[in-house]
Design a protein around this ligand. Structure first.
Ligand SMILES: Cc1ncc(COP(=O)(O)O)c(C=O)c1O
Length: 426
């Protein structure tokens, strides 16, 4: 097919997609080698969670609802039963008082952001509006979603060193500018890749700055409580007249069902629903109908807290222990305060090579990570060294691989800093 400009843009194999492709090829071409794979974004299939989904799939297939859910098109905002279950869950847990008009279900939350980015950025009222990520690093999956170039903007964060080897990103309010040139704000909370949870106060400030200019704030809760509950500290999802809370069932064991949910004012959801209806009529209803039963019984909420969250919290604690035991204290390494998600984010201040090169070197040690430079969508700030000093480590590996992979990273990084010192002395 002869591709249009938009076709070529969407076809581009860049950023993390290119890394993931390289990882697949690396593993395929070295068939007998065992890799410590700390790069994966796929959630672990946890047996207890799997049992839960099998039970509800069986139960649902015996209901009369099955025939209509499978045999008829549903409404474009989502399966009626599922939408009601979502309302009941958020009203019971957070007292939001939402009704079905406040809910839109999309085939995974990734697709929702495509609607938001292309629906709100671009030419509008004589201005070229952009999507703003209030701080970078941010989820790399937003990066290539704009059908045109130049649709995104971001700001460097403020970096707080919170311990000898720990740091945290904050929105930098001394620089952050939200005005009429912004079409919408998106931020992940907890954040992929950093595991950062921006505080309630920081979020409130962003929301109120956005409100002044009529800008909606989409809070990407792909890891947030109540489902899948992957926050390691107390946090409450936000709700306000210009806030849209978005969540997903992917990290709750259902990435194959493709279910993303946006909760917010119909003022913002209605145009997204129209976009959605044009693109795909409605989201597949089978997974939604099954999930409705798992939500109604309270079992999914409980499994999020007691199985999924517990699993990754234990992985995080193991990773922190291995890092403390294996990294040389004299090296300026910092782990981002790990407040949630499936990932940990490491920063090597003054790293003698780029994180892309570190990735290549680690591959030779049979250790796979994701280099950090592609996690800065909208931040056209190529002089900022920090962008090339970080890596993302996945907590989805087995204990043995997590431990062995982290030890390999510690050894390679130590070698690089020592070589730099020797070179400086010579
Ligand atoms: C922060 C974030 N948002 C959105 C998504 C997309 O999730 P979904 O499977 O709901 O499309 C992911 C997937 O990893 C993610 O990490």
């Amino acid at each position: 097919m002869r591709l249009s400009k938009t076709g070529m843009k969407m076809n581009r194999m860049s950023g993390v997609r290119a890394i993931m492709q390289d990882i697949i090829l690396t593993m395929r071409s070295a068939k007998d080698v065992h890799f410590y794979n700390l790069s994966a974004g796929n959630p672990v299939v946890l047996p207890e969670v799997s049992r839960l989904w099998r039970k509800y799939f069986r139960q649902f297939s015996d209901t009369d609802e099955f025939d209509t859910v499978l045999g008829r098109y549903s409404g474009s905002s989502g399966d009626t039963h599922f939408v009601k279950s979502v309302c009941d869950l958020f009203n019971r847990r957070y007292g939001w008082g939402i009704t079905p008009e406040n809910v839109l279900v999309t085939p995974g939350s990734q697709q929702l952001y495509f609607y938001v980015i292309n629906g709100a950025a671009g030419m509008c009222e004589g201005k070229h509006r952009k999507i703003l990520f209030p701080l970078s690093p941010e989820y790399t999956g937003y990066a290539n979603q704009g059908v045109h170039d130049g649709m995104m903007a971001s700001f460097r964060p403020r970096i707080e060193k919170t311990g000898p080897h720990e740091f945290k990103y904050h929105p930098d309010f001394s620089k952050l500018k939200i005005d009429d040139d912004i079409g919408a704000i998106i931020l992940s909370r907890p954040c992929n890749p950093a595991g950062n949870v921006i505080s309630d106060e920081e979020l409130k400030k962003i929301v109120s700055m956005a409100k002044e200019h009529n800008v909606p704030v989409f809070v990407d809760g792909a890891y947030s409580p109540p489902i899948p509950g992957l926050a390691f500290e107390e946090m409450t999802p936000a709700f306000d007249e210009n806030v849209i809370h978005c969540f997903s069932l992917s990290k709750a064991g259902m990435p194959g069902a493709r279910i993303g949910v946006a909760i917010g004012s119909p003022r913002y959801l209605a145009p997204l629903q129209a976009f959605h209806e044009t693109m795909c009529l409605h989201t597949s209803a089978i997974g939604q109908a099954v999930a409705a039963y798992a939500i109604d019984s309270g079992e999914l909420e409980k499994a999020s807290e007691e199985i999924i969250r517990k699993y990754y919290l234990e992985k995080r604690d193991l990773a922190l222990k291995v890092i403390a035991d294996s990294f040389d204290d004299s090296i300026p390494y910092y782990v981002h305060k790990a407040q949630g998600t499936l990932f940990m984010w490491m920063w090597f201040e003054g790293l003698p090579v780029s994180s892309q090169e570190l990735y290549e070197r680690l591959k030779k040690r049979h250790t796979l990570v994701v280099p950090g430079e592609d996690f800065f969508p909208g931040l056209e700030d190529d002089d900022w060294k920090h962008k090339k000093e970080c890596i993302r480590v996945s907590l989805t590996a087995s204990d043995e691989d997590l431990e062995a992979g982290l030890v390999q990273i510690a050894e390679e990084v130590k070698y690089l800093y020592e070589a730099q010192r020797v070179h400086a002395r010579a």
